[in-house]
Design a protein around this ligand. Structure first.
Ligand code: SF4
Length: 286
């Protein structure tokens, strides 16, 4: 093998699926190994819609990036999403349900404008797909909502969340996704991003973190340990169910032993490609 030949790819992880495994290995199995469909929740689809609007907002010339312009993007982006995924039309029982749902999306856009002024920003990238193969052969990949590059070359990684900011003690989990992206950018570009910024449009708060190289090395060790744990589950075919408050949003309760259900036999399959070449899943958006 020549020195420049890349390592053989042993597996792939995105921050969302890594988060699934950390939350509940059985949830990871259902999503990635069984690839069982999930009903889109109104909250998750609203997240997709708000992300789409914020992405398109920056197509406009800076002086035109107003709250009214952003809110005017909601209907055409919703129409586009419905064309892509017609089953979203079953999310609401009636027009009042849809109106209330889209009204909350309007409020999220208002909160966005209270947090930053898009007329003063020129993102370098939006919805940036990134992937890198670590020395171990583990491929990391995902979509970064926004990447800002300062004139000095400093990178700021920005992620929009349509939920609320985590309470004290839960920031580490929220920051894992951002450190994951920072690790990918560092390995791709050789530069540690200066700032990681999570913008919570559910309650109008920002969580910022300035990573250091040591953080990213620790994140690299963590994702590699996670992949080893996934490999062990693949070998033993044991995927532990881990009950938590997140079960309230899990679509698989009926087949989960923690809730009295019986999972189907484990398919004889490796983790599927759930990110590449497709837009992010609605389950990634909150
Ligand atoms: S219901 Fe809870 S324990 Fe069961 S698979 Fe879903 S997240 Fe895991």
């Amino acid at each position: 093998m020549s020195i420049s030949e890349p390592p053989a790819i042993i597996g792939t992880l995105s921050p969302s699926r890594a988060g699934d495994f950390m939350t509940c290995p059985l949830l990871y199995r259902f999503r990635v190994i069984d690839r069982l469909p999930e009903r889109p929740s109104p909250a998750a689809v609203r997240g997709t819609l708000v992300h789409a609007v914020l992405e398109r907002l920056y197509d406009l010339p800076a002086p035109e990036r107003t709250i009214a312009a952003a809110q005017a993007l909601l209907d055409p982006q919703w129409t586009r999403l419905l064309e892509q995924t017609p089953e979203y039309s079953t999310l609401f029982d009636d027009d009042a349900g849809h109106e209330s749902w889209i009204g909350q999306a309007r409020q999220m856009l208002e909160r966005y404008f209270a947090l930053e002024d898009p007329q003063r920003l020129e993102p370098a990238q939006r919805e940036l797909y990134v992937e890198v193969v670590l020395g171990s052969g583990l491929m990391l990949r995902g979509y970064i909502d926004r990447l800002d590059v300062a004139p000095t070359g400093d990178l700021r990684v920005v992620d929009y969340k349509t939920g609320s900011a985590p309470g004290p003690g839960f920031e580490a989990k929220a920051l894992f996704q951002m450190k994951f992206y920072a690790l990918v950018l560092w390995r791709l570009r050789g530069t540690v991003p200066r700032l990681l910024q999570l913008m919570y449009l559910g309650n109008g708060e920002i969580l910022r973190y300035a990573p250091e190289e040591a953080d990213l090395r620790a994140t690299e060790r963590k994702v590699e340990a996670l992949w080893e744990a996934i490999e062990r589950s693949l070998t033993t075919r044991e995927w532990r169910a881990r009950r938590s408050r997140l079960c309230d949003w899990c679509d698989y309760q009926a087949i989960c032993p923690e809730w009295g259900g019986t999972p189907p036999p484990v398919p004889d399959r490796r983790p599927g490609d759930t990110t590449r070449g497709s837009r992010r899943a609605a389950t990634d958006e909150l």
